[in-house]
Design a protein around this ligand. Structure first.
Ligand code: MG
Length: 377
């Protein structure tokens, strides 16, 4: 039996994680969950999984939830430190880190320091603080299990093979909803939120449309697998059946195929190193009939180029890229900036940033806050 805490239980990854837990009741137990303000869903999750602790965003949500649930043994809190409290609880074996953005950074780091294994879905944490996180992961000997479908695929292709044999990692990308669109100026949030293949949260859907998601994934792969950014490539594969590939020095290319459903990578991250049967639809290649591939268009999708640049500069720059992107996406969702201005805003912030190499956690958090503020100026 593995005991699980889920940061971001009401989001897309969190909900899928709890679905997996539900299908293996004798394998997993939910000890703690966090959510923002979705009271109805949190109430359902509490009634179904009976966690000991629940952390929410604010006092109003906490009080409403305390009043509405029947199980009065559940502790509900809303302080910032409470996220650290639930991620480091003695009985927790695996922390599922699935809060978008930097919020989950300190709780996830503290969980690593306490020896918890981490199923990592929040790619922003590795982008901003990969070096610090990996240092602690090595020191404590915990597993950092990728939930992101591409990284989960690379993880499975590598399967403990020697890193020195890797020639390159090839991350696949759907291309998002506008890959064939000629003019990206007048894209509305409503159009950008409709992803052709994956059903995801709002922020990651916009990131997929700008290809920033793939850029962040390049940086995520760099830290997860200890591979130089120059050896990580992106290829557009609209069918989203090959979830990523690894080419070895002898020319052999390993690929992981599967239907595009996040339950697959989440389940493997939770059951690793075991494999368990799935209820999901099997892959039927005769129905798909063909695979397409093309090189990404860096001029049309400058966010991908900016991510490579930030990764090559290193230090605090990837944290600034990620935070400026977060702020720019928020502006776009509120219709305060155009889709085509997202990369321009990020580039403006990156150009103003004084990079700190080998940053401390405080440097990273300060750079994140600075970039968010600077994006709005
Ligand atoms: Mg992904």
């Amino acid at each position: 039996m593995k005991n699980i805490a889920v940061l971001g239980a009401t989001g897309s990854i969190g909900r899928n994680t709890l679905e997996i837990v539900k299908s293996f009741p004798d394998k997993f137990k939910v000890i703690a969950i966090s959510g923002k303000t979705n009271i109805n869903l949190l109430e359902k999750q509490i009634n179904q999984f009976h966690p000991k602790f629940v952390v929410v965003m604010n006092e109003k949500t906490r009080d409403q939830l305390r009043n509405s649930i029947s199980d009065k043994n559940v502790k509900i809190e809303c302080e910032c430190e409470s996220l650290v409290k639930i991620s480091t609880l003695d009985e927790v074996d695996i922390l599922v880190s699935a809060i978008t953005g930097i919020t989950g950074l300190v709780p996830t780091l503290e969980a690593i320091k306490k020896g918890k294994h981490i199923a990592i879905a929040a790619k922003e944490l590795l982008v901003a603080a990969g070096e610090i996180m990996l240092k602690e992961v090595k020191r404590k000997g915990v597993k950092l299990l990728p939930v992101d479908s591409e990284h989960n695929a690379v993880f499975q292709c590598l399967d403990r093979r020697d890193k020195k044999d890797i020639k390159r990692i090839i991350l696949t990308a759907s291309g998002g909803p506008f890959y064939k669109e000629k003019n990206l100026h007048n894209i509305s949030p409503e159009q950008a939120l409709v992803h052709p293949v994956w059903k995801m949260g709002r922020k990651i859907s916009i990131d997929s449309a700008t290809l920033m998601n793939k850029g962040l994934e390049v940086l995520e792969a760099h830290w997860l697998f200890g591979i130089d950014i120059s050896k990580i490539e992106v290829i557009i594969h609209p069918e989203c059946i090959i979830h990523s590939m690894v080419e070895f020095i002898d020319g052999s290319v390993f690929a992981l195929l599967g239907i595009p459903d996040m339950k697959m990578p989440i389940q493997y991250a939770l059951t690793y190193p075991e494999r368990m049967p799935t209820q999901l639809e099997p892959l039927d290649l005769s129905k798909i009939s063909q695979f397409n591939f093309s090189a990404p268009n860096f001029d049309k999708f400058p966010c991908l180029k900016l991510a490579y640049e930030a990764g090559t500069i290193g230090g605090t720059m990837p944290a600034v890229l990620s935070s400026a992107n977060d702020a720019a996406v928020n502006l776009f969702l509120k219709k305060k900036t155009k889709f085509s201005d997202i990369p321009k805003l990020i580039e403006k912030v990156m150009n103003k940033h004084n990079v700190i190499q080998n940053p401390s956690l405080d440097h990273i958090l300060a750079s994140d806050a600075w970039a968010r503020k600077t994006c709005l100026l």
